[in-house]
Every structure is written in structure tokens, then in C-alpha cells.
Write a protein that binds this ligand. Structure first.
Ligand code: NAD
Ligand code: DAU
Length: 377
């Protein structure tokens, strides 16, 4: 029996983690703690909301007293912390919210867990505070091979037709942090607090840093769901800069599987990078999306290529992310389960089949935000 709080469980990655844990561990008590910001949506979890081992609590991670009382009431022995403000463009417009949630919220959660666990006779024994972070804390890698080279490793994710690395350097766990955006600066700061709580108080913490996720239930402000929806409705596709920036893409369920494995088998105080050696230039992904949407909607191949619209670059836009996940693969035996081509096909189909979900989350406040973003470009 374990009692586990998953923060941010109503968001994109969090909902996949909650679903996996609720279905896989019927004897666990799974508590989804989420403030339900614009990015949180309980529709993401309709299929499991009636399960006896699942509970939703609407709460802000910054609410120290509320979180502490919840931990005591539920006898919580594990925390998987995903709640965050997660969109880089929003952090450029409104850095304060990112510092508040990502830094102060994480600190408040750490302090609540420490206070509760230290009050128990067994202290930190058998407890675990697992913090989910991002590869963006490492900054940006150089693109030394713009035409692409053979990557040092092939995983299922990268084993499709496109199989390239755009430089010989990768993000490894020992790299120094060099965040550039307010988002990544706030995540870097939260990572430091988590490690400080281990080093200072002996808290049983783990940190993981993952690359870009894609898949169902991602809020359509992020590249892949936004562009699928725009292609469907034949709206312009705002490509930042020249579209040459490189991201390393992982199917969200593979990230959730890694989180499960690391929560149960990872070593306390360690950091693990999570990624599938699956680098893509934005413009190449965008072409795959156009071809896939056009094919699935029965349109002529490439018919919608003229939707590509180059716009002003994102301020401080990181050029290349590429994760080296060999530590996780070697020590815990994790690897991605899905080839990128299969993952993208599943993802595009999901968004096309769930237009009501997309319309629901993109109405109202989001539409105002998106329109104002556009006006500034
Ligand atoms: P998301 O924006 O889709 O979801 C965030 C969730 O956190 C939402 O449900 C929101 O309501 C909740 N939340 C926000 N502020 C809160 C607060 N103060 N109190 C309680 N709940 C709050 O984010 P995501 O893309 O699922 O990312 C989840 C985590 O994974 C984040 O920590 C992010 O930094 C990290 N991450 C994301 C990616 C990615 O590609 N999306 C990659 C690596 C790491
Ligand atoms: O690397 C992990 C990170 O990946 C996570 O920590 C973040 O939470 C997550 O949002 C994501 O950050 P990115 O900034 O890489 O994701 P985004 O989908 O916003 O953008 C992907 C790339 O596409 C990036 O180079 C910017 C570009 N882009 C994005 C949007 C929304 C465009 O060209 N046009 C767009 O409209």
C-alpha cells in the first residue's frame, strides 16, 4: 500500500502518469493535486475518475497549510511533482507567475513534505519526493552538423526513416545548468531547491530532466497540437525564425513509463535524463504534420504546405536540445516503446478524432491570449 500525491495530474503529462498509476496499482491511494489553471482539465481523466484508488483535490501547490493537512490526512509517502507553468512563450510575457508556481510552489511542497515526514517515527524511511524537470535547464546545444549525422545510439523512438543528430554534443546529467528563458530559469531554480533539500535535510529526492513530449491531451498552445489544429482548419502555421531549431521528441506514454520505473527503482539523490535520441528540426516535423493531416483528411498530399508562415523568432530561442539518456537505459533498462512515425500517426489521429476536446480548451481565455500573441508578431 502506498499513498502518492501526483501534482499537476490534470495537465498533459500528469494525466498520463495518473492514468498509468491508477490502472497499474489498484492497491495504491493516488491523489491528483491540481489547481486547474488554464492548462488543467479534468476531461483528460474521465476514464479513471470513478476508480476507488483515485481522488482529485483542487489545490494550489503554494498553499503550504492545505498541502500539509492533505499529506497528514492521506498519510502520503510519495510525491510525484509535475505541477508547473510549462509554456516558454507565456514565461516571456509573464515571468512572475512562473517564479511563483515553479519556484515558490516547489519550495512550499518540499517544506510541507519535510514537515510531515519529520513528524513521523520512521522519518524519511520509505518516502520519496520525485521532481519532474526539463532538458531546457541545460540551455542550448550548438548545431555543428546542420545536415545531420548518425546519432551515437538508436532507440525505438529514433529508428524510423529519419535518423539524425545535428551535433556531436548531448545533454548529460553532469552538465552545468545554463537556462535562457524565464521558464527554464524557474525550472532550474526548482531543481536546485529539490537537491538542496536532499543535501541539507536528507530528504529522499530524485530529479529527472526530459526532452519535448508529444501525444494526446497536450494543450494546443504547444507546437504539435497547435499546428495539427491549424492545418485542419487551414489557418496559418506560425514558424518561429527559420524553423531550423531542433527539438528531441518523446511520446508522452514513454515518459510516463519512465516516471513509473524511476519512482519505484531509481536511486535517491540521483538525476536521470529521459529522451529517445529523436532529434528533429521544427520545419521537418511541420512537414510531417501537414502530410499526415492531409492524408488522414483525404486531401491531396502537401496541399497545405502554403500554410507555413515564417514569423518573428521567439526571444532567446534555444537552438538545439538533444538528450543523452544512456544512464537511464543502462541502469534501469528503460527504452522508448514507440517509433516516432507511429507516435505521430497516433497523435494526429487522436487530435482529429477529439475536435470537441480541442474546441473546449481553446475557447475563451486561451483564444484571447493566442490572438494577442499573434498581433505582436
Ligand atoms: P501542463 O501545462 O500541461 O500541465 C501543468 C499542470 O499543472 C496543469 O494541470 C495545471 O493546472 C497544474 N498547475 C499549474 N500551476 C499549479 C499550481 N500552482 N498548483 C497546482 N497545480 C498547478 O504541463 P506538462 O506539459 O504536462 O508538464 C508537466 C511537467 O513536466 C512540468 O513540470 C514541465 O516542466 C515538465 N516537462 C514538460 C515537458 C513537455 O514537453 N511538456 C517536457 C519535460 C518536462
Ligand atoms: O524540452 C522540454 C520542453 O519542451 C518542456 O520543458 C516545455 O514545458 C515544453 O513546452 C517544450 O518547450 P518548447 O519551447 O520546446 O515547446 P513548444 O511546443 O512551445 O515549441 C517547440 C518548438 O517549436 C520550439 O523551437 C518553438 C517552435 N514553435 C513553437 C510554437 C508554439 C514555433 O515555431 N511556432 C509556434 O507557434
Amino acid at each position: 500500500m502506498r499513498s502518492v500525491i501526483i501534482t499537476g495530474g490534470a495537465g498533459f503529462i500528469g494525466s498520463h502518469v495518473v492514468r498509468l498509476f491508477v490502472n497499474k496499482y489498484p492497491d495504491y491511494n493516488i491523489i491528483n493535486l491540481d489547481k486547474l489553471t488554464y492548462a488543467g482539465n479534468l476531461d483528460n481523466l474521465r476514464d479513471i475518475e470513478g476508480k476507488p484508488n483515485y481522488k482529485f483535490v483542487k489545490m494550489d501547490i503554494c498553499d503550504f497549510e492545505g498541502v500539509l493537512a492533505l499529506m497528514k490526512a492521506e498519510k502520503v509517502d510519495g510525491i510525484i511533482h509535475l505541477a508547473a507553468e510549462s509554456h516558454v512563450d507565456r514565461s516571456i510575457k509573464d515571468p512572475f507567475t512562473f517564479a511563483q508556481t515553479n519556484v515558490m510552489g516547489t519550495l512550499s511542497l518540499l517544506q510541507a513534505a519535510k514537515t510531515y515526514w519529520e513528524s513521523l517515527p520512521e522519518g524519511f524511511d520509505g518516502k520519496r519526493f520525485y521532481h519532474i524537470s526539463t532538458d531546457e535547464v541545460y540551455g542550448a546545444l550548438e548545431m555543428t552538423n546542420p545536415e545531420g549525422i548518425e546519432p551515437p545510439f538508436t532507440t525505438k523512438a529514433s529508428s524510423g526513416s529519419h535518423h539524425l543528430a545535428y551535433g556531436s554534443k548531448f545533454f548529460t546529467e553532469d552538465l552545468k545548468y545554463q537556462p535562457h528563458s524565464p521558464y527554464s530559469a524557474s525550472k532550474a531554480s526548482s531543481d536546485h531547491f529539490v537537491r538542496a533539500f536532499h543535501d541539507t535535510y536528507g530528504m529522499p529526492t530524485i530529479v529527472t530532466n526530459c526532452s519535448n513530449n508529444y501525444g494526446p491531451y497536450q494543450f494546443p498552445e504547444k507546437l504539435i497540437p497547435l499546428f495539427i489544429n491549424n492545418i485542419r482548419h487551414r489557418k496559418p502555421l506560425p514558424v518561429y525564425g527559420k524553423g531550423e531549431n531542433v527539438r528531441d521528441w518523446l511520446f508522452v506514454e514513454d515518459h510516463a513509463r519512465a516516471i513509473d520505473l524511476i519512482f519505484h527503482k531509481g536511486t535517491i539523490a540521483e538525476t536521470y535524463n529521459i529522451g529517445g535520441f529523436n532529434e528533429w528540426k521544427n520545419i521537418d516535423i511541420i512537414k510531417v504534420l501537414i502530410n499526415t493531416v492531409d492524408r488522414l483528411l483525404g486531401r491531396a498530399q502537401g496541399e497545405d504546405m502554403d500554410l507555413i508562415t515564417y514569423v518573428t523568432d521567439r526571444a532567446g530561442h534555444d537552438l538545439r536540445y538533444a538528450i543523452d539518456s544512456t544512464k537511464l537505459q543502462r541502469e534501469l533498462g528503460w527504452e522508448p516503446s514507440l517509433q516516432f512515425e507511429e507516435g505521430i500517426e497516433r497523435t494526429v489521429r487522436w487530435y482529429l478524432d477529439h475536435q470537441a476536446w480541442v474546441d473546449n480548451v481553446t475557447s475563451g481565455e486561451y483564444q484571447k491570449y493566442y490572438d494577442s500573441m499573434y498581433k505582436n508578431r
